[in-house]
Design a protein around this ligand. Structure first.
Ligand code: NDP
Length: 296
């Protein structure tokens, strides 16, 4: 292996420490305690694990956590009414609706009901538009975490070739916008891209957000490139289950200059960025200066 490992777990711990310090400053200064409300509809076990982890980490950094669990059959109007109440609640600075939602609920309608200033996932259409036009937005947590790791590892990203594999609204597209904002030359690849390995080999920065276990092998990687693996895939192999990314770690690490592992790369950064976004939202919502280095 030649690549250095970008340790997302350690980076996330540093980011949480920074958030904790700023939250303590807000509490002792203006007396403001940032609050994050998480709404979970139904009983999807994976979502329940995420929500529990978010709640625990929110409290650990000194913020307030509000959890709202609704039955899978809850009428859409009831969920919208809850969002309205959270929008109006001054103790709530961030609102996150755990996705996916049951089929009878229009997820877009729900997301766009959230006050854009409290939209800590950055999925509201206004935040999407602000990010797309290079203005101050709430930035989606996973791409924000990737950007923070890239800046930390590479410094100035300007002029670098970046290839983002995946064009979803929650990862691929906002990631590409952020890299464009850093003055990278950005290519977005997807399932119709021709000769994907050759496209990827142009990349100084290669982001894999595909959802296909170990699809990106060493042949896709330019020597010395920085590889960020967003993928989280549970696979069964040799009689056991384990998590792998969208990148085949062993072969890619033999060619790349630096690489994020799975687990322990992008994953831990996502929740840390959610906490950072909640702090940013609390500051913006109260007309206070926002701490540096916590957003794009
Ligand atoms: P989506 O399924 O929404 O999007 C996948 C994208 O990959 C699509 O744009 C699709 O192209 C593209 N794609 C699929 N197959 C290929 C292929 N063979 N060649 C090239 N492109 C392909 O996934 P998400 O963006 O939501 O998530 C991507 C991965 O990131 C998943 O593994 C997910 O679990 C993980 N994830 C991790 C997070 C974290 O916290 N670390 C957070 C969010 C996601 P097309 O549009 O043409 O269909």
């Amino acid at each position: 292996m030649t690549a250095s490992i970008i340790d997302g777990k350690a980076f996330a711990a540093r980011l949480r420490a920074q958030v904790t310090e700023q939250v303590a400053r807000l509490a002792s200064g203006p007396g403001l305690i940032p609050g994050l409300a998480v709404v979970l509809v139904g009983e999807d076990p994976a979502s329940e694990v995420y929500v529990r982890s978010k709640g625990r980490q929110t409290v650990e950094v000194g913020m307030r956590s509000f959890e709202h669990k609704l039955a899978a059959e809850v009428p859409e109007a009831e969920l919208l009414a809850l969002i309205d109440r959270l929008n109006a609640d001054d103790a709530v600075h961030g609102i996150l609706v755990q996705l996916p939602l049951p089929k009878h609920i229009n997820a877009e309608k729900v997301i766009n009901r959230i006050d854009p200033g409290k939209d800590v996932d950055g999925f509201h259409i206004l935040n999407v538009g602000l990010l797309g036009t290079g203005q101050k937005a709430m930035v989606p947590c996973t791409p924000l975490g990737c950007l923070m790791m890239l800046r930390d590892h590479l410094g100035d990203l300007s002029g670098l070739e970046a290839v983002v594999v995946g064009r979803s609204n929650i990862v691929g597209k906002p990631m590409a916008q952020l890299l464009l904002g850093e003055s990278c030359t950005v290519t977005i690849a997807h399932s119709r891209t021709r000769d994907l390995p050759a496209v990827c080999r142009r990349a100084d920065i290669l982001i894999a957000a595909v959802g296909r276990p170990e699809m990106i092998t060493g042949d896709f990687v330019k020597p010395g490139a920085t590889v960020i693996d967003v993928g989280i895939n549970r696979i069964t192999r040799d009689g056991g289950t384990r998590l792998v990314g969208d990148v085949e770690f062993a072969s890619a690490a033999g060619v790349a200059g630096a690489i994020t592992p799975v687990p322990g790369g992008v994953g831990p950064m996502t929740i840390a960025c959610l906490l950072a976004n909640t702090l940013t939202a609390a500051c913006r919502g109260n007309g206070l200066p926002e701490p540096e280095g916590l957003t794009a």
